[in-house]
Structures are given as structure tokens and as C-alpha cells.
Design a protein around this ligand. Sequence first.
Ligand code: T1G
Length: 694
Amino acid sequence: MAPLRSAVSNGVAVLTIVNPPVNALGAAVRAAIAAGVAAAAADGAVKAIVLAAEGRVFVAGADISEFGKPPLPPALPEVVAAIENCPKPVVAAINGMALGGGLELALACHGRVVAPVARLGLPEIKLGLIPGAGGTQRLPRLIGAAPAFALMLSGDPIPAEKALAFGLADAVASGDLIAAASTAALRLAAAGTWSKTRDRAEKLTDEDRAAFEAAAAEALKKSARSPNVPALIDSVRACLSQPFDTALATERAHFAALVADPSSKALRHVFFAEREAARIPGIGKEVKARPIRKAAVIGAGTMGGGIAMCFAQAGIPVTLIEVKAEALGAGMARIRANYETSVKRGSLALAAMEARLSLITPAVGLDAAADADIVVEAAFEDMGVKADIFGALDRLTRPGTLLATNTSYLDVDAIAATTSRPQDVVGLHFFSPANVMRLLEVVRGGQTAPDVLVTAMEIGRKLGKLPVVVGVCYGFVGNRMLAKRTEAAERLLMAGALPHEVDAAVTDFGFRMGPFAMADLAGVDIGWRARKAAGAKAVKAPVADALAEQGRFGQKTGRGFYLYPEGARAGTRDPETEALIVSLSQAQGIARRSFTQEEIKARLFYPMVNEGAKILEEGVAARAGDIDIIWVNGYNWPAFTGGPMHWAEGVGLPKIVAALEALAAETGDDSLKPAPLLKRLAEGAGSFAAREAA
Ligand code: T1G
């Protein structure tokens, strides 16, 4: 299919980009646009040109999949220049999302007419980049350096009305967009004169410059680690101080350097991995989801309440069920309090809060779930409790109702076996707080039906989650790898490190919090109780267990791994905790030693990568990218490193294999011996991606 359709009528050449699904500007599209503009310019019957696009998106930007490969002509800046220098007026008809290179195309046009649903943005910052086809030069000239910088720094698109207010759009066309754009283009042609964005400067006032410099200084403080923020600032500053073409070259040089930067490669990996995760191995697009019109959640605790809020936010009526009225009342009160906090913060309108609350119906007793299309069980992590609930739901709900468990650790197959329809049972592992955290592990039971999985993935997206299919094992993917990090962190304490040293290495790597500060925040007792319940399966955490036994539960008791004077959020070193750690080491005859930050990172993260390799070998995760986005979206692994498996390939699998062999020997822990897959890939200098492509 030709990537550009051209039609001439009444003196207007309408060039329509056709490159589904999002009109990304791949090489063929770029060439077709350049050729289309040149042909229209040479056509005597054409007075003016409209640049349009087919589908729901105008243009999603440059084709990200081309980055890092040999560039194919024509480069986007050439196409952009061809539009701007066209001897006939070109007006963009923006029907939907105009992002990145898509907006840069529109910026080179001599006018922009947008549909009411259109949204315009330069999201390159989110890929570790900056606009590379003139965005840092033309946008400031059109709307001012300060507003342009804010838009490029956030990477978030703005709606049509705001674009109009900024002067980024010339008109919002609620009727026929092409007709409105054609009229605008013909008007320019009739006037015989139109301005090029590159020549505009009326918005670049001294006040605008000052506002930009202030915002730039602020941005630098917050993004010490990101190379693209200084590059963006330098490029916008060039717009204010250099001739256009010189400044354009400044932008292009920064862009080229960033495309090659590991952090941008990592962010682009995450971008595609998140989309790849939507594909369920072995299930094609012909498998359709079951209709979900009504939901029920069993359990009004923190998780159940959060899950009910997810359904309400998606506009799906949900019955929140408890067995006792007081627990139900407490759950509803917690939901209302959560909403009221959001309203107070201004992140939720009062009307929206009321609308959502109206969709949540509290009820006592499981029979209230009878008319639900999906039931999510979020009761105690106890197999007996879950067996009773699923046995009852099996009897109470209609055939075909999805029966989902939010269990974090229990065997989904064992839960399914308590029903007469294991094919309808699936795990939906939400992360706390369920109404906030984006990750959803969709646990595929041995007998889960394909359309149940497809339905679970679709409802996950409707709830605003990032659903990833995982297999049944203890802890699925995220928590199974977390257990290895917890074990390694405890081992470091016993071997000589202190909590603040371990946490500092982890935050230096890019996590918001280290494992011990996180334990204090969540509650040291939570892990302690889970380990007691898990028995032999539990990781060894002698320090956390000792702290819990002394009632040092963390922030909620004022002390845990750290001290929290007067309920402070940020902990300080606790001499008593450190003395306890030293005494535990000595009791085990361990000669304590210090560790560098690099050693700490290796000892924490390599065992996680190793567990990830085992998870891939066992088929519990289908792709390394799935593991990466689980950790980026569920556990705050820094996205600019790409996730544990992408990061590991950057470190070098041979190096990791050698380190794991040494660690296994040092600790006597055979689980640290390199997984066969890791060794195979290391020996063959292969990669996880290559293995999956094979
Ligand atoms: N390049 C290549 N493929 C893309 C793409 C892109 N820019 N955008 C989307 N796709 C693919 C995506 O992988 C998926 O593929 C399918 O399209 C549907 O996407 C020079 C340097 C536009 C809001 O960062 O934000 O321009 O899985 O599932 O939910 O200065 O796509 O079906 O095979 O996300 O409806 C800047 C990225 C690029 C925007 C639509 N642009 N895209 O969301 O669909 S860099 C972006 C999005 C650039 C210039 C710079 C979203 C969307 P598959 P989807 P959606």
C-alpha cells in the first residue's frame, strides 16, 4: 500500500499519509512525502497543499525501530525543510495525535488546522532523546521558548484547545477538517504571502528568555542523571542565540549523540517491550475476549479496595464483597478517604469521585457476586480461605464468568482445582497500591482457557494497567526475583555491609529507594510473617527476622532498619540495628569486610538476572523484555537502564556468569550457580533477544 495518497481538487493538493497503525515516519513514508510535496509544487493546477493523515493518529513520530540502524534517505530534517521551503503554502490537517517528528512536520507547514480530538506533543524526552527534526528550533519560535521548553521537557501532548491558545494551532475545525485546512491553504495562496516558522521570532522576548532560563535551571537540578535534559536546554538556548541553521545543527548534533547513548537505547527497548508484552505466545488475534460488563471483588482490604477503585475508574460497575459488615464498612471508608485525598490534591474532580463511588456497590456475602462477569478474589493469602471462596464462586456464578485470584504467592493451579471449571480461573496479581501501580501479572494456569487470558489482558488494559502474562511458580516473576535480591541484601549485611551502604548503592543505580528503606516503609513484619507462612520456601533474612522479633517493624514503629524520630519519613542510621547486625555476623563466625558500591550492585542484581534466566528457561516468562517491564513498572527498576535483563546484556553475560560462579563458591549457595541458559548465551556471545527471535 502506497504510504501517501495524493488528490487534487479546486486547486488544492491533499497529501494523505497512509502508514497504519500510527503513520510512523519510516523511510518509505519520508520519501513519499518529499515526492508528494515536490510533485504538488510542480503541478500548475495546484495553488496550495494540505498535509493530512489517515486513521486515528496524525503521525506518531519518527519510526523508532529505525534508530540505531544505518540511516535511510531522505532524513526527516530534509523532508521538513522541503515542506517549509515549498513555493506553495502547505497547511497541516491534524486529525489526531501529532507526536515527535509528526509535530515537527506540522511545525514546518505554513499553517496548522487541528481536529478537536487532536493532541500535539514532543515526547522524545521519554525515549532519552530530544526532538531531532527542528522541534527545539521551530516550536520556541512559534509559541515562545519557555512554553516550548516546558512542553518538550514534560514530553506530554497538549489538547487542541491549548494548542490553539499557544498559537501552535491556527484553528480548531469541528467540522470537515480537510475542507477547513484547504480553505486556510487557499487563503494563504490568495494572499500570496505566508511566513515560515523558522523566520518567526515575535514570541522570543526578553521576558520569555528569562522564563526559559529559570525553568532550565530548575530542570537541571532535577535531572542530574539524564544527558538529554542539558542537550534540550543547549538546543533551545541555541534557538535564542544562534542563526537558525547553526542552531539546527546544534540540535542535530545533540540528537545524534543521544540516539547512540545507552540510556536512550534502554528506554527504546522498554517502549517496544511494553508493546510486545501484549502478545500472548500461542494465542492469535482470532481469539476474542469475553464481554465484561460487571465485576465483583471479594475482600475489602487494602488490595480489594484498590482493585474495586480500578474497575470504578474504568467505568465498570463493581460489587465489593466482604463476609463481615464492619470489614466492608472499613473498606468503603478507605476508598472514600483515598478519593477525598485525590480531590484535595486536585488530581480528581469531586464529580468524578462521586461517579466512581456510585459504581462501587458494597455487599455482604458471596452470593452478591452471582451476576458478575469477572470476580477478583483479594482475600487472605491462605489456601483454605481461597478454596472456600472459589468453591462457592463455582456454584454461585454463571458459566463463563472469569474467576480471578489476586494471590501473590499461592499456586493458581491449586486454586483452579477447587472449582469444576479450571479453564475459567486466572491469576490477576495487582501491585499495592492497586489503584496506582501500573503492573499487572496475569498468571496463566495450566488449564486457563485462551479466551480467558485474552480477556484478562484486555480488562487489564481497560483498568489502566500494563498486563504481562506469567506462569505459575512461587512468586511468579517479580516476587521470585525480588526474593533473590532480598536474600542477597541480607547476605551483604551479614558479610560486613550496613543498611545505609546497601541502600545507597541501590539508589545510586537509579532506584528511588533501597531494599532496607523499602522494608521499613512497607513494614518489616510483612516479610517476616510471609516468611513464616512460607516455611522452607522462604528466603533467609536473619536480620529482618531479628528486627521483627524485637518489634522493630520500621516506620510504623519508629524503628526498623533505620530510626524514624518523631515519625520522620526519612530514616537515620540506628546504632542498635547496626550492633545487632554485627552480633549476628559474629555469632556465625563471619569475618566482616567492607564492600564497594559496584560489589553491592553485582551481589544484588546478578542473582536476579540469574533467576530471570531460570524463569525464561522454565517458560514462566515468554520474553526477557517481559521480565524487564515487570521490574520497571512493578518495582521501580530505573527505565533508563532498560530493566534487569537488558541491563545484564550491557554489563556482559560472560562477566555475570563468572561472578555468579565465584559467588556460589563463596556462599555455598548452589542457587547462585549460573543458569544453563545464561551460560549458553555467555559462551555463544548470544543475547536474550536473539534467542527469542530464533
Ligand atoms: N515508531 C515505530 N513504531 C511505533 C511508533 C513509532 N514512533 N509509535 C507506535 N509504534 C507502534 C507500536 O510499537 C505498536 O506496534 C503500534 O505502533 C501501536 O502503538 C525525529 C526522534 C502514538 C500514542 O514517542 O506514544 O519522532 O505492537 O500500541 O496505544 O524528533 O504509539 O502493534 O507492533 O502504542 O494507540 C516520538 C510513540 C518518536 C510516540 C499510540 N514519538 N508512540 O498509542 O498504540 S521519536 C513517540 C506512542 C521522534 C523526532 C523524534 C503511541 C501512540 P505493534 P501503541 P496506542
